[in-house]
Design a protein. Structure first.
Length: 299
């Protein structure tokens, strides 16, 4: 039995996983216009599924062991027929089109999700079908074509304001508004924005913690608009992972979270970020490959 499904398959815990993805449900206001939401707005069940949707394959196994996932890495899978529901936080249901036989969408419900492998294009989960109690393997492809559309618009917005000498200084999901009907993204909240002037000092305590560039943590006051690019990269990682990539509890812990993934910066890199920084006592940690980061392992 082979099902080609589009939906969120990361149901490893009973509680919904935090996500920065946009609310993609059609939500019409009284004016008849689609509702615009931010990336960080809480989502409904189907909205959460669509936000993290990729291409997933379910391969049945009659031997009691999960079959081998054969999901495609194609990131252009449509999400129009997506449906996701939960029963007591454990059962997941998707509307899937069989990979073999008649091309008719059908509901597939499964539970008991756990990670059994990962690769460059996705994560493989073990699950049990509700109807047949058959063990299957589900591969969730991380890429979604809308991620590219939204990130393109974000970087284009940054390119424009940077060309005018303006640095936003607070790029985060809450400041990115999207129209779920037209997929248009707007950059908002310029309360922290500033026109940067070479040689003129700026405050280093700026930008929301999870998205703060390392030079700001090192206390730099002569930073450039590159801090916006760092923040945008954090937003992209959050879209792919479904959670912040650097969730520090404090300013110092934020640096620790960065080092845990990207490795310990060299003295030359620290001097480049802030020539006046003199504390160089950091644990020597090697950078981790992206495949390990995306598998949500403890690093």
């Amino acid at each position: 039995m082979f099902h080609h499904a589009t939906g969120q398959v990361d149901e490893r815990t009973a509680k919904p996983r935090p996500t920065a993805s946009a609310h993609f449900q059609s939500d019409m206001s009284g004016s008849g216009r689609p509702r615009t939401t931010s990336f960080a707005e809480p989502q409904g069940a189907s909205g959460a599924a669509a936000a993290s949707a990729g291409s997933a394959a379910v391969v049945g196994s009659n031997a009691g062991k999960p079959g081998v996932s054969q999901a495609s890495a194609d990131s252009s899978s449509a999400c129009a027929n997506l449906k996701l529901s939960r029963d007591s936080g454990k059962v997941t249901t998707v509307v899937a089109t069989p990979g073999q036989g008649p091309d008719r969408p059908q509901e597939v419900s499964y539970t008991d999700i756990k990670v059994i492998g990962n690769g460059s294009f996705g994560v493989v989960y073990q699950a049990r079908l509700i109807d047949s109690q058959e063990w299957v393997a589900i591969k969730k492809v991380l890429q979604d074509k809308r991620f590219k559309v939204y990130m393109y618009q974000l970087f284009r917005s940054l390119a424009y304001i940077h060309s005018q000498g303006v640095c936003h200084r607070d790029i985060k999901p809450q400041n990115l508004l999207v129209d779920p009907e037209t997929a248009v993204l707007k950059l908002c909240d310029f309360g922290s924005a500033k026109q940067l002037v070479r040689g003129e000092p700026n405050v280093s305590y700026i930008c929301s913690r999870y998205y703060r560039a390392p030079e700001l943590i090192f206390g730099a006051t002569d930073y450039t608009s590159n801090i916006d690019i760092w923040s945008a990269g954090c937003v992209l990682a959050e879209l792919l992972l479904g959670q912040p990539i650097f969730p520090g509890d404090s300013g110092v812990d934020q640096l620790v979270e960065i080092i845990k993934i990207l490795g310990t910066p060299t003295r030359e890199q620290i001097r480049e970020m802030n020539p006046n920084y003199t504390e160089f006592k950091f644990p020597q940690i090697k950078a981790h490959p992206w495949t390990k980061v995306e598998s949500h392992t403890n690093i």
